[in-house]
Write a protein that binds this ligand. Structure first.
Ligand SMILES: [Zn+2]
Length: 362
């Protein structure tokens, strides 16, 4: 177990290696392969459907973005790849997103529909069952015990560890998963929703990561659809479009952050010790615990301080002698913190704006 936790931390630290100005990198992970066929339908294997869909997604991305995107496949042919290696490929590529592609299966042939999963400990036992089945592929690996440090994919206890993890990429993973699911619904796929499940391969990747279950290979109609070139064309188009949207919003976000950082750094240094002893600051967020200066939640803003109130840490940006300067600062960072507002601080405590205005005028 301990060994397991240490490697988790290692994964997270890989995040900091991701360079900001690199080409947007997508890792496409067609599930299973080689000796592992995945789920079996009446006339097809999961491994073949998902490989074909992944390749179509990759081709569409390259056709659209050319050298402005890097597409990495965990497998590009019918070969067996260990789960751990799939995650390593994504981490080594410093990928921006990781998309694992699968088809679902259950005993009942009437069940159908598409779902997209993010990493998490699910309270729904059915999600855990799906994850257990996808994870059980590790039992096919030769040195499984050594590689997965005693993790038993069939035991519920083994999954408790996932609850301890704080997935720092959760927000982006959910947004990507929602994007994919929206596209699938648009193509009239039955919506089984965005869900959480403890997938090993998602847990080990250090970037926003999702797992798509395109449909049920155990449902004759869905099997036919997923096998057909029309079905694969549509399904790959859904994933492709969701990636395009995600990429666009992430490009916008990083340019917004750069713009704000540039404009904030141009702000003349505020007088930290005005004669009235009151500092006007822009409150940006509240936390139950103390945060590090470079915490991601600050979105790259410098000049952060905090005051405590009701056992909460209330974080602010900037420090100004006048309310007007703080309002101007708030306008600049509004794009990053839409709920931010100006507060007045005296002797480390927040005072009302009314009182602050009076004291400033004295
Ligand atoms: Zn699968």
């Amino acid at each position: 177990m301990r060994q397991f936790l240490l490697t988790c931390l290692f994964c997270l630290s890989a995040l900091s290696l991701a360079a900001n100005d690199k080409v947007f990198t997508v890792v496409l992970d067609p599930g299973h392969g080689g000796k592992d066929p995945g789920a079996c339908g009446k006339s097809s294997y999961e491994k073949n459907i998902v490989l074909s869909v992944a390749q179509k997604v990759g081709k569409k991305l390259k056709d659209t973005y050319g050298n402005d995107i890097k597409v990495v496949y965990t497998r590009n042919s019918d070969v067996f790849i260990e789960l751990e290696r799939r995650a390593r490929i994504a981490n080594d590529a410093h990928a921006d997103i990781f998309i694992s592609i699968h088809t679902d299966a259950v005993d009942k042939s009437s069940v159908y529909g598409a779902s997209t999963f993010t990493m998490g400990m699910s309270k729904e036992s059915s999600n855990l069952e799906v994850a257990k089945r996808e994870n059980s592929v590790m039992l096919l690996e030769d040195n499984f015990e050594e590689r997965y440090a005693g993790f038993d994919p069939s035991s519920v206890e083994s999954y408790i560890i996932f609850e301890l993890m704080q997935d720092i990429n959760m927000e982006n993973s959910i947004s990507l998963a929602k994007g994919i699911q929206d596209q699938l619904i648009g193509k009239k796929r039955h919506n089984r929703g965005v869900r959480q499940a403890p997938y090993w391969v998602l847990h080990r990747t250090s970037m926003p990561a999702v797992l798509v279950e395109l449909g049920f290979i155990s449902n004759p109609e869905e099997e036919r659809y997923m096998k057909s070139s029309k079905g694969q064309e549509e399904l790959s188009d859904c994933i492709y479009k969701a990636i395009c949207r995600y990429k666009k919003s992430s490009d916008n976000k990083s340019s917004a952050v750069r713009n704000v950082q540039a404009s904030v750094s141009e702000t003349p240094t505020a007088d930290k010790t005005p004669t009235h002893g009151i500092s006007f600051q822009v409150q940006i967020l509240v936390s139950k615990s103390i945060l590090k200066d470079n915490d991601k939640q600050f979105k790259g803003l410098k000049d952060i301080s905090y005051y405590t109130d009701n056992n909460l840490y209330k974080y602010t940006s900037g420090s100004f002698a006048s309310e007007q300067e703080a309002i101007a600062h708030r306008k600049k960072i509004k794009g990053l913190f839409s709920d931010s507002f100006v507060v007045a601080i005296k002797d480390g405590k927040r005072i009302s704006m009314e009182q602050a205005r009076k004291e400033v005028l004295k």
